[in-house]
Design a protein around this ligand. Structure first.
Ligand SMILES: *Cc1c(COP(=O)(O)O)cnc(C)c1O
Length: 401
């Protein structure tokens, strides 16, 4: 049997050593090599929105697998057209570009915004404003856009033309945006940066500021999109319309796919030859995402996200009355972060280890935040069960302090 010592010999060590090997998933449960089971409140880092092995998604994937897998962008396929139509219909967007990951979707967004600004205003309008603690992916351009310097250390030189401002700070954006700014890139809830929701006034301020200088508003919904916050996309909670939106993670519910959605005034500059991707828009990924969108964008499912989110948030607040570990519990829908008090700062990974010992998969979001991003189909009894396990894990954490 393959084990973790094999993993350590043949995989690059950039992820550290994983705690276990999983061989099967079903609904909100994961099963390990030795028959152990876990309730999954991590959802493959906000990816497995429909849980594991959803029967309708399996059927869609296998039906498509028996038809055609890959064509390249020289040829068209039905699932890609169907998915693009559905995304356009469900959002502000006029057009969609498909790729394979969140970072690629953000690369496409950056390139599209730059190209539009170049064509409309000339070469001086190229600056991208992003925010401290933001996360936009791991490619060179997206670590540059990201607001966490640790992800950039040792990988320089970085591309020019990115500027970082404090998140949720209206004065800073007002003061720093200029005629040189071609786009502002922002997450509706900073996911990796600690599950920090955006203030509605801040998002409105960014929109106004972008309008004043002719810059594009890019919302990175790679983590918040596809129902995670209780709306199909998180920007839909606000009155603000972006120019560009990026999606990935839950878009394919585990099948790799990314998308960049945009308004016509952006897409009209992406003429033939300006951008591309070999696998982007392949029939397997777009068939799966089409089915995922169809299932997720239903009132029953989105209401479940709101109800289960409230239940989990309330439950965590109850637990915290006894354990007193967290200074705040924040988030939106089923993206929730519990922020450790100063006394326990830096120890989120211990919490993740302890919940696993209770048969519960959870996540960190940086060193200080215990994060939950379960499948959106999670049931009331499963959340209840999770809270019981969390209670035990938090007790152990207190004991080992
Ligand atoms: C995960 C994430 C990304 C990167 O997605 P990949 O598919 O890993 O490239 C980008 N932006 C946000 C907000 C994310 O959460």
């Amino acid at each position: 049997m393959t084990d973790l010592s094999d993993y350590q010999q043949v995989l690059t060590p950039n992820y550290g050593v994983p705690p276990t090997i999983i061989v099967k998933g079903q609904g909100c449960n994961l099963f390990g090599q030795n028959g152990e089971s876990y309730l999954d409140l991590a959802g493959g880092i906000a990816v497995s929105a429909l849980g594991h092995c959803h029967p309708e998604v399996i059927k869609t994937l296998t039906d498509q697998a028996n038809k055609v897998w890959h064509l390249s962008n020289v040829l068209a396929n039905e699932p890609a057209i169907h998915l693009a139509k559905a995304l356009v219909h469900a959002t502000f967007a006029d057009r969609v570009f498909f790729c394979n990951s969140g970072a690629e979707a953000n690369e496409a967004a950056i390139k599209a915004a730059r190209k539009a600004a170049f064509n409309i205003f000339g070469p001086d309008k190229s600056e991208i404003i992003a925010f401290n603690d933001a996360f936009h992916g791991r490619t060179i351009a997206t670590i540059t856009a990201g607001g966490q310097p640790k992800y950039r250390t040792g990988f320089g030189p970085m591309p020019a033309g990115f500027k970082h401002l404090p998140f949720n700070n209206c004065k800073a954006i007002e003061a720093q945006i200029s005629e040189k700014t071609c786009a502002v890139m922002v997450e509706p809830v900073q996911g990796e940066g600690g599950v920090r929701p955006i203030c509605s006034t801040f998002l409105e301020k960014i929109r106004t500021a972008c309008n004043q200088v002719g810059a594009a508003l890019i919302v990175d919904e790679v983590q918040t999109g596809m129902g995670r916050t209780g709306k199909l996309f998180a920007y839909q909670h606000s009155g603000v319309t972006p120019d560009i939106l990026t999606s990935a993670k839950s878009l394919g519910c585990g099948f790799p796919i990314g998308a960049m959605l945009c308004k016509e005034w952006i897409s009209e500059h992406l003429v033939p030859g300006t951008h591309g991707s070999t696998y982007g828009g392949n029939p397997l990924g777009t068939a799966v995402a089409g089915k995922a969108l169809e299932i997720i964008n239903q009132p029953e499912l989105l209401n479940n996200v709101i109800s289960r989110g409230k239940q989990l948030m309330q439950g965590l607040n109850e637990l915290n009355k006894r354990h007193k570990l967290f200074k705040t519990i924040r988030g939106q829908g089923l993206l929730i972060g519990a922020v450790l008090k100063e006394d326990y700062a830096g120890r989120s990974s211990e919490l993740v280890t302890l919940t696993m010992q209770e048969g519960l998969m959870t996540l960190g979001a940086g060193p200080d935040v215990h994060r939950f991003a379960p499948p959106l189909i999670i049931s009331e009894s499963e959340v209840k069960d999770a809270l019981t396990r969390l209670d035990r894990a938090y007790s152990h954490f207190k004991k080992q302090t």
